[in-house]
Design a binder for this molecule. Sequence first.
Ligand code: ZN
Length: 401
Amino acid sequence: MELNRIARLAGGGGGKVLLYVLDGLGGLPREPGGPTELEAARTPHLDELARAGTCGLHDPVAPGITPGSGPGHLALFGYDPLVYETGRGVLEALGIEFPLGPGDIAVRANFCTLDARGRVADRRAGRIPCAEAAPLAARLNAIELDGARCTVRHVKEHRFVLVLHPEAPAGDAVNDTDPGRPGLPIRAPVARNAASEPTARLLAAWLEAAAERLAGRTQANMALLRGVSSQPGWPRFPDVFGMRAAAAAAYPMYRGVARLVGMDARTVPAGAPPLVDALKARFADYDFFFLHFKPPDKAGEDGDFDRKVAAIEEADAIVPDLVDAGPDVILVTGDHSTPSVMSSHSWHPVPFLLHGPPARSDDATTFGETACRAGAHGRVRGCDLMRLAMASAGRLAKFGA
Ligand code: ZN
């Protein structure tokens, strides 16, 4: 459903909504027929919310599609990730909380190694350590161009972000320069439309200057550019949903995605208890709260079933305090599945629970993948969840007479 249609139905009045995201929540059994991480975890408080509320499964992007955390969160914020696609440059810049402005062009870049003939020998420059890469990034940050300011910020190992601030508006439709495999020369940055030609010229000039500054090195002597993109002019979350929105996350990437849609995002220390403090401190001044809890995803990515179970139990322990803060509607779910048996994100649908009036009774009396399959909501798209939460909070007017 289009966001401007939702904006017409969202009047501004109604209850307060809490979205509690357990990153990578969905899982798989360790052995066939066994419980998933969420089902193995002792979660009395989440079970209680599931029993009193209504449950279901959601596909963050679409059935069979494995989502990144960026699109997964956009879906939970009500933005269809198939419509609202962000470039990888923008996501990388958000990940380090780079303050992207309108018109800025962000590029996901990395050091690579060219051989003596100028062909790519190593697309990742041996993943050089941060201690070696950071000073090189600082060297590239000193590059000056005619027509644009440019900024380089080191991210991790061989990766960095390049941001152009062009003097005149310029498009972001420029191809990647990564040839995709070793043994080939770097591709020139090529514009896919006329408006992006100035950007392609700026990037070509930047690459020339970068080569000069890295000359003489046997490793990390050039850079590859990908995901050229600028900040999208999307409708803002507070305008669409009529709610003042506050976000709390320990990791920069999630504050970045929240800010991208116009939420007021703050940093919190890692762990579950600081999320309670963040909710209580700002409860009076906002209508919507996004709390992000990372550990289940990290444990899943590490292939550690037991640690993911423990992380989910840690998330459960603060639920009474979250309820105590007084939100009218509580939505608990994940941005995607991260089964520890796969050590990666996966396409499996994600369990969710919606606690708020008025609820039909359903067969989900605990919070888990199998129980949620028997929930009242069935299987929905991730971007449907905001509307369900809004309706429960009494925030959506009737559609048509
Ligand atoms: Zn995630």
